[in-house]
Write a protein that binds this ligand. Structure first.
Ligand SMILES: Nc1ncnc2c1ncn2[C@@H]1O[C@H](COP(=O)(O)OP(=O)(O)OP(=O)(O)O)[C@@H](O)[C@H]1O
Ligand SMILES: [Mg+2]
Length: 347
């Protein structure tokens, strides 16, 4: 649906080239919600703005349903842009227009008849549950309601793609959840493909199917959300996952941690699992089979994309060979294990 090929973008600041995107390759499938996650300044907005040519790429191509937007003339580009709605962090509504007039704007600009506009706007008010606010002005609406207006406006021309740039970053947690639910149902019911960017793992985790991690203008990891969450490869992804699952090693344990094992140490490991492995009593089996002690220090179990995903930080104590066997057993059964260090206890 969206194919990004070898996309680079540089800005010229004081006669110097600043590379904002470096050789990005990415494919978003039809009806997929694809998330781009990265820290501030990583290049997320630049990337999404290149997709609808608000920014012109310096190199590379963007294809929407096989049509190359970088090679279009202005009439073709106008038509292609109608197929791509966009929503922003700060909503970008016209303050002088009420809700109905904001939603109608793209249809007016496209010369759609007023009868048709009215029918379409009524449908969109119903879809976004804004019926009771139809005559209000943006200054009279909450952040969540403003974003609903922006979503309705972005959908006015029935686009195939919705681009979301930090759509929930200005909202409180409750409004964030309700906007993410709305986006999810739009994807599900209308089959609209979405490219969504965020700096928050929680947002990506809630609605995206796949995710790309962007760092200093490069996509450094591309996975399904569940895979990224259970087995992040890069340090940036590890940090994002850690912040989201609130799985810090407890401070009192951190102080006892060393990098090598000896007779008195317990082995501190992070275990992550999903799908099949979540339904098996693996920890109980380990204790019985390998005669080890397991002390669970942190745990987070949740459902992501209808799959149970668990992350545990545990300390294992026992015979060294048995600890190694248990770790191999976990890995053989599809769990991800990372040794975090060895806990030195003086008693
Ligand atoms: N118009 C511009 N002119 C010059 N440099 C720019 C411009 N827009 C972005 N940049 C630079 O490009 C890099 C990427 O910026 P971008 O806005 O894409 O990051 P971002 O990931 O969206 O960040 P944030 O999470 O803070 O929104 C940054 O180093 C930024 O300073
Ligand atoms: Mg941005």
């Amino acid at each position: 649906m969206i194919s990004i090929r070898n996309l680079s973008k540089y800005y010229t600041i004081h006669h110097k080239k600043v590379l904002a995107l470096k050789h990005i390759n990415l494919d978003v499938k039809p009806k997929e919600i694809y998330g781009i996650i990265g820290r501030s300044g990583a290049g997320k907005s630049t990337l999404i703005r290149c997709v609808n040519m608000l920014e012109r790429p310096s190199e590379g191509n963007i294809l929407i349903e096989g049509h190359c937007v970088t090679e279009m003339n202005s009439a073709q580009l106008r038509e292609a842009r109608r197929q791509m709605g966009m929503i922003f962090q700060h909503f970008n509504l016209l303050q002088s227009r009420n809700v109905i007039e904001n939603i109608a704007l793209p249809l007016e600009l496209a010369g759609v008849s007023s009868d048709k506009i009215k029918t379409r706007v009524d449908d969109l008010l119903a879809l976004t549950e804004l019926g009771n606010h139809a005559k209000q002005y943006p200054s009279q609406l909450s952040g969540g309601q403003k974003q609903r207006v922006a979503i309705a406006r972005a959908l006015a021309y029935s686009p195939k793609v919705l681009l979301c740039d930090e759509a929930t970053s200005s909202l409180d947690p409750q409004s964030t959840m309700s906007i993410l639910e709305l986006l999810s149902s739009i994807n599900h019911e209308l089959g609209i493909t979405m490219l969504l960017i965020s700096h928050e793992m929680d947002v990506v985790k809630t609605i995206c199917h796949r995710v790309g991690v962007i760092h200093q203008g490069e996509i450094i990891e591309q996975r399904s959300v569940v895979e990224l969450f259970t087995d992040p490869h890069t340090q940036v992804a590890k940090d994002l996952v850690k912040a989201s699952s609130r799985m810090e090693i407890p401070r009192i344990i951190k102080e006892l941690l060393q990098s090598t094992a000896d007779n008195n140490t317990g082995t501190l490991i992070r275990i992550a699992y999903h799908g099949e492995s979540a339904s098996q009593p693996i920890i109980g089996y380990l204790i019985q089979q390998y005669r080890i002690d397991i002390n669970i220090l942190q745990g987070n179990i949740e459902t992501i994309q209808d799959e149970i995903v668990g992350v545990l930080i545990v300390e294992i104590k026992g015979d060294k060979a048995n600890i190694e066997k248990s770790i191999h057993f976990l890995e053989r059964n599809g769990l991800h294990v990372e040794i975090l260090g060895y806990v030195q206890r003086n008693h």
